[in-house]
Design a binder for this molecule. Structure first.
Ligand SMILES: [Zn+2]
Length: 57
């Protein structure tokens, strides 16, 4: 029986979570699937570097 390394981190896959090494990588892969239609909001960087927190006059 050949052990397939985790596709996400190349650690030896766990039998309980194959093909991943553990629940962390399995969940990460799951999130990537969700990411197809749902983007996790992250810090937005203004292209101009403008300060969006500046109050309107
Ligand atoms: Zn892994």
């Amino acid at each position: 029986m050949t052990a397939t390394p985790c596709p996400l981190c190349d650690k030896p896959a766990s039998a309980a979570h194959r093909p991943f090494c553990g629940p962390a990588c399995r969940d990460r892969d799951l999130l990537q699937w969700f990411g197809e239609g749902y983007r996790i909001p992250g810090p937005e960087i203004a292209p101009d570097g403008l300060d969006s927190t500046a109050e309107p006059d």
